[in-house]
Design a protein around this ligand. Sequence first.
Ligand SMILES: Cc1cc2nc3c(=O)[nH]c(=O)nc-3n(C[C@H](O)[C@H](O)[C@H](O)COP(=O)(O)OP(=O)(O)OC[C@H]3O[C@@H](n4cnc5c(N)ncnc54)[C@H](O)[C@@H]3O)c2cc1C
Length: 307
Amino acid sequence: MTDQVTIIGAGITGIACACRLQQAGLRVRVLDKGRNIGGRMATRRTRQGLQFDHGVQDLPTTDPDFAHMLRGLGDAVAPWADRGPVGSPGMSDVVRAMARDLDMTQGAMVAGLRRGDPGWQVAVDDIWQDAGRVVVAIPAPQARDLLGADHPFADPLAQVAYDPCVTLMAGLSPEAPRPFHWKSDTGAAGWIAHDGSKPGRQGQPLATWVMQADPEFSTRHIDVDFDTLAQMMAPVLLKHLGAAPAHLQFAAAHRWLYSRVSRPLGQPFLADDAAGLMVGGDWALGPTARDGWASGAAMAAHLLAHG
Ligand SMILES: Cc1cc2nc3c(=O)[nH]c(=O)nc-3n(C[C@H](O)[C@H](O)[C@H](O)COP(=O)(O)OP(=O)(O)OC[C@H]3O[C@@H](n4cnc5c(N)ncnc54)[C@H](O)[C@@H]3O)c2cc1C
């Protein structure tokens, strides 16, 4: 089998896998459809000079191996309030720091996957490219679409479930109240974070807040257009902060169709060793970025042992 490996997806799963394989001497290439890497470890930056972590909020540290990896990223990870660590200056910087030495192609939507000779071929922009062995590190429903409903992995991938999440990003004038760093509630205000109080976010023209709805509210409002969603959610945020409507200077909404995993697969990945194909992600193990990292690391170890 060729020593070339193509990883589809530059979230923390794909990057964790890529780093280990490259360290072991394999030729690794990572393809991601997004403009930026990191997937759901995302930071939105606006023309007004604002930024928001609208996906992952903070990182778990209960797994000592994951905590050790984070410590190795230096300034890209910093403590926040009484919560777990966060990326600095934005959450996407965690994955960017991990991916520093990797061969990355962004804006590369993999729309097809077929057997080559040897290995696999991937279709990007209607052009089939040799890919060698392939690691698919994208959300389970998207992996199922890519592999096809008749693939042997289609059934286990269909067992995985995610919660959706609708998210408000808001900028308030500097004099508005800032009563807490974070708060957890229900409905539209499932989680509220003073994003601007995280390390590395200082110097923005407005006080930035992120509010993520709980799964029940998110499911009911997942199809609502962004402007309407922002108008619905902003008053709830103002109420929690004790702020006035005049304080609100910026509001935008985002929807995550696949947010946190509610029913994981229960094993770290799916593998077809003879074909040189592996499929993994947070969905294999659980709802956090640590679960994605653990799946990616496990895929790399398996490929090195069985490849
Ligand atoms: C709102 C929200 C809040 C969260 N809060 C937390 C939290 O506080 N703490 C925590 O630990 N976790 C949290 N999570 C979960 C965490 O984001 C995920 O567990 C983790 O980021 C998953 O990483 P991943 O690499 O498996 O997938 P992703 O981050 O989804 O990465 C997949 C990548 O694949 C790319 N891709 C998809 N399809 C294709 C294709 N066909 N071709 C090319 N590229 C493709 C995407 O662009 C993406 O970059 C949260 C998630 C959300 C959405």
